[in-house]
Design a protein around this ligand. Structure first.
Ligand code: DLL
Length: 437
């Protein structure tokens, strides 16, 4: 196979040199972070008052982990390490408390992000001759703009399609002769089903590849999409706290995701003891970003479970590979690529006085897509035989939830006291999606 490299001298850098580069960049990040109020306090407490306190990569361990809660507590500007005038963009994701985790970018940060993203895209075999239909959400979510700017950096023609409306997506694929797609794996499967329904011949399209990420999926799902759509599918991993997509990506070998170690320091720890696991063992991924000046973050607890590969990759890249994410160490649900914490749903439902004390969150597959169903008990004063107030209540629950979690769920109302009550810890979530990861 003829492997493609965007920057071969970095992508194939000997490990010793790569680690020296990481140390150099880590020291720069420390000096930057000391300008942010959150880290000024956190680092000083850990005895780190300047980059001189960091002598080796091992010294990173002196810094405590950073959590999503820390980011919220630092909202809105506690993590900001540059003057506000240097910020050119922000991205944010919602969370358990309604306080968004917000990441700020300088002009240089956006350039860096586009660069890492371009490496990912080029490494799958794409070139400037490709036509890239970006079918993921734009806006505060990082998937749209993140991938978009990477595609432009490679020189591909980027179609900022956004998600949904499959008929329009097919039209664009035909009109512009799209060769590369980006979507969640569930949307790619949905697309295939719609293609059949619409009677579109696969041969009328020019598709070659797709990038699929933002939610967990199995090797079987990848194969299924590849077979049905007759394309190569590459796994793409990232999270908004670490820019978004562009953290780790599969190369042409499609065997594990290379994590760009000149841009990120990756550790994998046992989520209970927080001690490092051996290479090859599954644990929680911890990430430190080295390629962003405006919002430095050290040792972020991603909650994603994965393992390092022990063998080097056939492609010759020296940056280590991660196994496909196998799950999370917290209760976050990912529904059609959107992150949802059960506590967000609870907060909305329990704030409504017409609602009773019990509810159940059910997630199912509806074709290829995920379906969120909220079963809610009505309050004791509401009668189940009067449909008008019931319908109004259903709509109100849907609307309030849409505002909070960006998903309009299906809502089922149940008589007061009729939903099952478990002894001991309440079971509030039933995730009925097949566990094939
Ligand atoms: O999902 C960024 C992204 C956009 C990645 C487009 C890839 C493609 P968040 O909304 O902050 O950011 O969600 C991050 O999604 O911690 C994982 O739990 C999950 N996730 C992302 N990619 C994958 C993947 C974006 N390839 C959270 N496999 C992460 C499994 C993934 N889970």
């Amino acid at each position: 196979m003829n492997f493609q490299y965007f920057v071969p001298n970095i992508e194939k850098m000997p490990r010793r040199k790569l680690e020296a580069l990481q140390l150099k960049k880590l020291k720069i990040q420390i000096d930057r972070a000391l300008r942010a109020s959150f880290y000024k306090e956190r680092l000083s407490k850990a005895g780190i008052t300047s980059s001189n306190s960091i002598k080796s990569l091992d010294d990173l361990k002196k810094i405590p982990f950073t959590t999503k809660n820390d980011l919220r507590n630092g909202f809105p500007f506690g993590f900001l390490a540059v003057p506000k005038e240097k910020i050119v963009r922000l991205h944010a994701s919602s969370g358990t408390t309604g306080i968004p985790t917000t990441i700020y970018f300088s002009r240089e940060d956006i350039k860096q992000w586009a660069h890492y993203m371009a490496r990912c895209i080029y490494g799958t075999g794409c070139t400037k001759s490709d036509v890239f239909q970006n079918m993921i959400t734009y806006g505060l979510f990082t998937g749209g703009l993140g991938m978009h700017q990477g595609g432009e950096e490679v020189g591909m023609m980027v179609i900022p399609a956004g998600p949904g409306n499959t008929a329009r997506q097919f039209k664009m694929m035909q009109d512009y002769k799209t060769t590369v797609l980006h979507a969640t794996p569930s949307f790619l499967l949905h697309l295939e089903a719609k293609m059949k329904e619409a009677g579109i011949e696969r041969e009328s399209l020019s598709l070659k590849r797709a990038f699929a990420g933002a939610e967990p999926y199995s090797e079987d799902t990848r194969r299924r999409i590849e077979k049905l759509l007759k394309i190569d599918v590459f796994n793409s991993y990232g999270l908004s706290e670490m820019n978004g997509p562009g953290v780790a990506f599969e190369c042409q070998c499609k065997d594990g995701l290379h994590i760009w170690e000149d841009g990120f320091i990756a550790e994998i720890v046992n989520p209970d003891t927080l001690e490092p696991v051996k290479d090859g063992e599954i644990g929680e991924l911890i990430l430190t970003i080295l390629c962003r000046e405006a919002t430095p973050i050290f040792r972020y607890r991603t909650r994603d479970l994965t393992a390092f590969y022990t063998e080097p990759c056939k492609c010759g890249r020296t940056h280590r590979r991660l196994h496909r994410i196998t799950g999370r160490s917290d209760d976050m649900l990912i529904i059609n690529g959107v992150n949802v914490f059960p506590s967000q749903i609870e907060e909305v439902i329990m704030a409504m006085k017409e609602v009773g004390n019990n509810y159940l969150i059910v997630v199912e597959k509806d074709g290829a897509l995920d379906k969120l169903i909220i079963k809610v008990e009505v309050g004791p004063d509401i009668f189940m035989d009067d449909s008008r107030p019931l319908n109004a209540l259903k709509d109100k629950i849907k609307e309030n939830l849409q505002v909070s979690i960006s998903i309009r769920p299906h809502v089922e109302l149940h008589e007061n006291g009729s939903l099952p009550v478990t002894e001991g810890k309440a079971v509030r979530v039933k995730d009925n999606r097949p566990k094939d990861v």
